[in-house]
Ligand binder design. Structure first.
Ligand SMILES: *Cc1c(COP(=O)(O)O)cnc(C)c1O
Length: 377
């Protein structure tokens, strides 16, 4: 079986009980558990609005679209973003007919504020920030840059479920925060996400836009006073982007255990670090900012001969990953080639070591022993 990079762990009986409730009331769609989950998420994060969606990918796209329309941004206006991310982040910008301008990352693997500063011009409208691996990076400086330059902040928090910064869940500084609850994320549900606007007016809009632009959802129409209110209006050309009650049922259970699970991830990270820190001439670590309590979605190192190391680990039945190849390598972003040298380094050297809740101290030891064997070969 070997040691997998990701393997989601569920509170199976509790999840089945929550799903059973949906089946018993005959409601698996939008409403019911999705409302419960939104409320639980607002309570957990302290962010005032939350709308449950079927993926973070659709959420990022709707986030850019809605801000663009609301603030009157033009096609080809610019959003500053990172090359080191899952492709959803940057596709959201292109799909909205805006320009993705790549700034470089720093040793935190998140956007480098100095590089971002150099990208700001009169066409810049927003910064898209990704907390890679659950790390906060130089988020605080990016928030300041946004304030100083009147830019909107979009936070791709796909890795950040449960990340804290000086004890608080970050996000209230951003115009919109988008979380992912996809199958391998820290709060796994199979597929879903949450979009959290700061402005209640935009929350109202995304609720309609994620349901094709229809102004009343089927659940509220059927449940209000018993009779099914069939009449509705369509106010936007929207998406089928909302979440459903089966996914939300799983999310509700997993949320209860998110802090416990993230604490164990931090323990795994600490074990890795303890074992590998003496080899810091051959291995570099991602810088974790002071005050950051990371969700530890990933544990990443930079290694020389990364590709050979991957092969060696695979031979020992250890299956790491890479997060991420620079998005500038893909043809639709090639125009930015050569602009982000540190990202190119990351892209060629980064490796994500297995990080799943089934792992033990012994597993971490075994992985580290194999790495040490390789780098001291
Ligand atoms: C996983 C991920 C997404 C997309 O999430 P989905 O819920 O699968 O659509 C977006 N951004 C980042 C950084 C991710 O890791």
């Amino acid at each position: 079986m070997g040691i997998q990079l990701f393997k989601a762990k569920y509170e199976i009986e509790e999840c089945l009980d929550e799903i059973r409730k949906c089946l018993e009331v005959g409601w698996t769609g939008l409403g019911f558990k999705t409302v419960e989950f939104e409320n639980a998420w607002k309570t957990y994060t302290g962010i005032p609005f939350a709308h449950y969606i079927n993926s973070s990918t659709i959420g990022l796209y709707m986030a850019v679209e809605i801000l663009k329309q609301h603030y009157g941004w033009e096609d080809e206006d610019e959003i500053i973003t990172t090359p080191i991310t899952f492709i959803s982040t940057n596709h959201a910008i292109l799909k909205s007919h805006m320009k993705a301008v790549f700034a470089d990352v720093d040793a935190t693997m998140c956007l480098d504020p100095n590089s971002v500063k150099g990208c700001i011009n009169e066409k810049t409208r927003a910064i898209m920030y990704v907390g890679i691996g659950g790390n906060i990076g130089n988020y605080k400086k990016i928030v300041e840059l946004c304030r100083e330059n009147n830019l909107k902040l979009i936070l791709d928090a796909a890795h950040m479920a449960g990340t804290r910064y000086y004890g608080a869940i970050p996000g209230n500084e951003a115009e919109v925060v988008v979380y992912s609850f996809q199958a391998v994320k820290n709060l796994p549900t199979a597929d879903s996400g949450m979009i959290c606007f700061k402005n209640g007016e935009l929350d109202e809009i995304v609720r309609k836009k994620s349901w094709l632009g229809i102004n009343k959802d089927t659940y509220s129409r059927s449940s209000n006073s018993g009779n099914y209110k069939w009449r509705y209006d369509v106010t936007y050309v929207g998406e089928k982007g909302h979440g459903n009650s089966i996914m939300a049922a799983i999310g509700l259970v997993q949320l209860k255990y998110l802090d416990r699970d993230n604490a164990y991830r931090r323990q795994l990270a600490q074990w890795y670090y303890q074992k590998l820190c003496n080899y810091n001439e051959k291995i570099k670590f991602v810088r974790i900012e002071e005050g950051c309590e990371s969700s530890c979605h990933l544990f990443q190192i930079f290694a020389e001969a990364r590709d050979e190391l991957m092969v060696a680990l695979n031979q020992a039945e250890i299956y790491p990953g890479v997060h991420y190849a620079s998005n500038i390598n893909y043809k639709m972003y090639e125009y930015a080639k050569g602009t982000c040298p540190y990202s190119d380094y990351v892209s060629d050297h980064v490796i994500s070591l297995p990080m799943n809740l089934y792992m033990t101290y012994g597993d971490v030891q075994k992985i580290c022993d194999e790495i040490i064997k390789f780098i001291t070969r």
